[in-house]
Write a new protein. Structure first.
Ligand code: ADP
Ligand code: GLC
Length: 492
């Protein structure tokens, strides 16, 4: 018997195409429409940032909410997304209509009232979740994502009739931490402040609230779901995650195959697919020109795209540049922004290695596509990586990934070894230890292969391009988990 179609409220602090700072936006923008395609009534809810209001186009006000602790009424606007999906924007001008980033002010420092802003957002999500916004739509499931929505399961926990909740961890290292004084400002139920609730060593954590109260917890790869139960990756939350083990599972992210398709990508001057791979070299030359690098067809062109933070390990790449220079015949391009010191070191590397290194500091969607479509190999030496999307984009674009064996990188890239060559599964190069020697071990093998085994390199490109990381498979897993959450069954 086919299972009943579910009403799902998908709550996120960012989603493509409305607002993006990282992979959370890619996931929140692409998973809900796929679930709708599977017959579920999924609706997205986001804060009404100026950029989101501008990008969504036409909206209508569907409700006004009075929420505890907030002096003005909050307007709930409804617009439409992909697959005709209703998208709700929580419009609280004093909290969300600010220029710049959803989380940080112009100087790159967290907005000081983030605890109030995301409590407000979570209260609005809970009001919709409990069908108290006057929409006459009763969600079966509220799917929350990361600390910004961590309070939602806690806010609904005591309700007699409430939807089931699923909380997805995209990155355990962002705790949404705040002080006890801040907690008092929020007028939350006082019993949330305890060790089994959101209290964390004298502070409060929105992330922990999600982990403690959600009916089901997921994270974005099976390997990361195991890693976060250990002290190395659990940051003190491993005990809670072990305790909740029978509700915790890992579902690998998919990618949007329409937006990331080298055959139709509007950002590429020379689109290509498996039958027209020869076009790719033109993208490489264009990219070398764009970065003002010597146009060398036979240099192995490495790419890096990502936030410049400790997690991503860009510093490890900087560390191996002298070795790469000595080895010869390689070039590296970086695209990213973040830590000012790292940005500066990258800029300086261009002068130190003028024929080999270029960086672009900033955020550039088009350039990120051109790097995937023009580089030969993609460097992702992340110290930890819950899932990672760029290695998936790289596979899709025939840009051979070089990754640290962790989290979603371990679940998506198959290292070149004697065994994987024999069974025909290798798609890239990986290394076990997140240090310069570890990275060099993989880079060195990639150089050898690129320069001496073009047949094998082509095999890696081809296999990557043929592998399937579309959302369909993972969306089915979420659906099964929604039903488990609804029936109070343990997962996964
Ligand atoms: P995270 O969410 O931890 O930053 P992911 O690999 O999951 O890492 O996703 C990052 C997303 O953000 C990818 O879509 C990537 O292409 C994009 N991205 C990161 N930095 C930049 C940048 N400087 N310019 C363009 N896109 C970027
Ligand atoms: C986080 C993680 C990244 C993941 C993304 C989307 O930002 O750092 O690994 O791919 O969320 O789930």
């Amino acid at each position: 018997m086919p299972k009943k179609s579910l009403n799902v409220l998908f709550a996120s602090s960012e989603a493509v195409p409305f607002i993006k700072t990282g992979g959370l936006a890619d996931v929140s923008g692409s998973l809900p429409p796929v679930l709708r395609g599977l017959g579920q009534d999924v609706r997205l809810i986001l804060p009404a940032y100026p950029e989101a209001l501008q990008r969504i186009g036409e909206t209508r006000e569907v409700a006004q909410l009075r929420l505890p602790g907030h002096h003005e009424s909050v307007h709930l606007l409804e617009g439409r997304g992909e697959n005709d999906m209703p998208v709700y924007l929580v419009d609280a001008p004093s909290a969300f209509r600010r220029k710049g980033n959803p989380y940080v002010g112009p100087k790159g420092i967290d907005w000081p009232d983030n605890h109030r802003r995301f409590t407000l957002f979570s209260r609005a999500v809970a009001a919709l979740g409990l069908n108290r916004a006057g929409l006459d739509w009763n969600p079966d499931i509220v799917h929350c994502n990361d600390w910004q929505t961590g309070l939602v399961p806690a806010l609904m926990d005591h309700e007699w009739q409430r939807p089931a909740t699923l909380f997805t961890i995209h990155n355990l290292s962002y705790f949404g931490l705040f002080s006890h004084e801040a907690f008092e400002e929020l007028h939350l139920p006082t019993d949330l402040w305890r060790m089994e609730g959101l209290e964390f060593y004298g502070s409060g954590s929105f992330l922990k609230a999600g982990l403690a109260y959600a009916d089901q917890i997921t994270t974005v790869s099976p390997t990361y779901a195991g890693e976060i139960r250990t002290a190395t990756f659990g940051y003190g939350l491993e005990g809670l995650l072990q305790f909740r083990s029978n509700r915790l599972s890992g579902i690998l992210n998919g990618i949007d195959y329409a937006a990331w398709n080298p055959a139709t990508d509007p950002h590429l001057d020379h689109p290509y697919d498996l039958s027209t791979l020869d076009n790719r070299i033109h993208n490489k030359r264009e990219l070398q020109r764009e970065f003002d690098l010597p146009e060398r067809d036979n240099a192995l062109l490495f790419g890096y795209i990502g936030r410049l933070v400790e997690q991503k390990g860009a510093d490890l790449i900087l560390d191996i540049l002298p070795r790469l220079q000595r080895q010869g015949n390689a070039q590296v391009v970086f695209l990213g922004s973040g830590n000012p010191d790292l940005e500066q070191t990258l800029r300086e590397a261009q002068y130190q290695f003028p024929e080999m290194v270029r960086c672009r500091i900033g955020y550039d969607e088009g350039l990120s596509h051109r790097i995937e479509g023009g580089c030969d190999a993609f460097l992702m030496p992340s110290r930890f990586e819950p899932c990672g999307l760029n290695q998936l984009y790289s596979l899709r674009y025939g840009c051979v990934p070089i990754v640290h064996t962790t989290g979603g990188l371990a679940d998506s890239v198959v290292d070149v070894t004697a065994a994987t060559l024999k069974n025909g599964s290798a798609t890239g190069f990986s290394f076990l230890h997140a240090n310069p020697d570890g990275l060099w071990y993989a880079v060195h093998r990639a150089l050898e292969c690129y320069h001496n085994r073009p047949d094998l390199w082509l095999e890696l490109m081809t296999r990557g391009m043929q592998s399937d990381f579309s959302w369909e498979r993972s969306a089915g897993q979420y659906l099964r988990l929604y039903h488990k959450a609804l029936h109070g069954e343990p997962g996964p």
